[in-house]
Design a protein around this ligand. Structure first.
Ligand code: SDX
Length: 391
């Protein structure tokens, strides 16, 4: 018997994970971090303030945030040996592979300081990961374009430091574009958590075995890499570029998707939970036109994406299946306008999601009810039988 799913037997896994971090109503298109609507946080907060909210459950005071921000700034340096790690990799290495490998390697510098049962280790390694993951991502970017790594500049904000590490160079002083800075801050906030998605569930599952934060986050990065999950933001841009380069009409492409020709999908559409417009996609779409205009960029791929969305939303195939744009549909056009190469889009998602991953890892770690993860199985294979000649 092959191809049976547990649902064929009316078997539904009811062992839902209990969490107090993020609330999603997929039918209404509602997303709240610790009770605060994503729309308000994206408009008014900052990446680190939201990270604190996700980790500790309440908004920080100005002093708490200031001290935390300062601590994070002073942990951005990577060990010089770890910087040499990058030279062992081909310049063609995908930044997501580099990110997960370097994050796992990071734990080798903190053995003896990574006991999941030691709250001081957990706090310190939360700071280390928040501080160092953006640096690792920027170094993966620099590696891929053959440029020298810069040292972090602790006088800059979290986002501006990250932008400078990506786009600055040793030959000139880098000026942060405030439009890019604010837009990236907002996009990172939109990605910070999303309850039990595949990569967060991976982080919780790996952490439930007693693995430390570095190993658990590295596993989450690998799960996010897949094109059905975080890798979709890169796949959307590849899809739009292919349509544009081929000269194929949007209508013809949509027909191929509906006919499932060669397994083609409308990347950036559909969601396991949202059967309505993803509230994050709505916010990204609303700001895309404005950000590109402020950056002085006109990208025909944005027009193409908007045409594709309109055709799909008016088509019964998508309506019947309740397929709407998700967070990945418009983000790539904005990242591209900021100057990021397509293969850096999913690392940007990972930096955004890191606070959520860490918050869920800690919620799991500090819950006395936590048991080692072991998803249920419904056995649908062969019954007992004997090896030839054994009886
Ligand atoms: C993220 O879980 C999270 O919260 C994830 C995330 C987060 O913040 O962590 O929100 C981030 O991963 C967003 C999703 C990014 N992925 C993509 O954009 C890839 C394209 N989307 C699909 O692969 C799909 O929609 C999924 C994987 C996202 C969701 O799959 P589902 O809900 O399991 O849907 P399904 O596979 O059961 O499909 C139901 C029907 C099928 O058609 P029929 O068999 O009924 O004929 O809808 C079709 C599917 O073929 N379908 C699509 C489609 N998505 C579903 N058809 C064309 N294009 C698509 N994108």
């Amino acid at each position: 018997q092959t191809g049976y799913t547990s649902l064929d037997y009316g078997f539904v896994n009811t062992a839902a994970t209990k969490s107090a971090i993020t609330f999603i109503d997929g039918d209404q298109g509602i997303l709240r971090y610790r009770g605060y609507p994503i729309e308000q946080l994206a408009k008014n907060s900052t990446y680190l303030e939201v990270a604190w909210l996700l980790l500790y459950g309440e908004l920080p005071t100005a002093d708490e945030l200031g001290e935390w921000d300062d601590r994070i700034r002073h942990h951005t340096l990577l060990h010089e040996d770890l910087k040499r790690f990058f030279s062992s990799l081909p310049h063609t290495a995908h930044p997501m592979s580099v990110l997960s490998a370097a994050t796992a390697a990071l734990s080798t510098y903190y053995e003896g300081q990574s006991d999941p049962n030691n709250p001081e280790h957990v706090e310190l390694n939360t700071i280390r990961l928040l501080a160092k993951l953006p640096v690792i991502a920027a170094y993966a970017h620099k590696k891929s374009i053959g440029q020298a790594f810069l040292y972090p500049d602790n006088s800059l904000s979290f986002v501006d430091n990250f932008l400078r590490l990506n786009f600055g160079n040793l030959a000139e002083t880098y000026q942060v574009n405030p439009v890019t800075s604010r837009a990236l801050e907002r996009l990172l906030i939109l990605h910070e958590d999303h309850e039990q998605n595949a990569s967060t569930s991976t982080v919780r599952l790996v952490g439930s075995t007693g693995a430390n934060q570095f190993s658990s986050i590295s596993a989450g990065i690998n799960a996010l890499y897949g094109p059905l999950h975080g890798g979709a933001n890169e796949a959307v841009l590849d899809m739009l570029a292919r349509i544009q380069d081929s000269g194929e009409s949007v209508q013809r492409f949509v027909e191929r998707v509906k006919n499932k020709e060669d397994g083609v999908k409308l990347m950036g559409f559909g969601h396991r939970v949202y059967k309505n417009y993803d509230p994050r996609a709505k916010l990204v779409k609303e700001s895309a036109d404005e950000i590109l205009a402020e950056l002085g960029v006109h990208d025909p791929l944005l027009d193409l994406a908007q045409e594709l969305e309109q055709v799909a939303l008016e088509d019964d195939y998508f309506k019947e299946r309740r397929l709407y744009p998700n967070v990945d549909f418009y983000t790539g056009v904005i990242y591209k306008a900021m100057g990021f190469p397509t293969r850096m889009f999913t690392p940007l998602f990972a930096i955004g999601r890191l606070p959520g991953w860490l918050a869920h890892w800690r919620e799991m770690q500090y819950d006395p009810q936590t048991k080692i993860g072991r998803p249920q199985q419904l056995y649908v294979g062969a019954g007992e039988r004997n090896y030839p000649g054994s009886v």
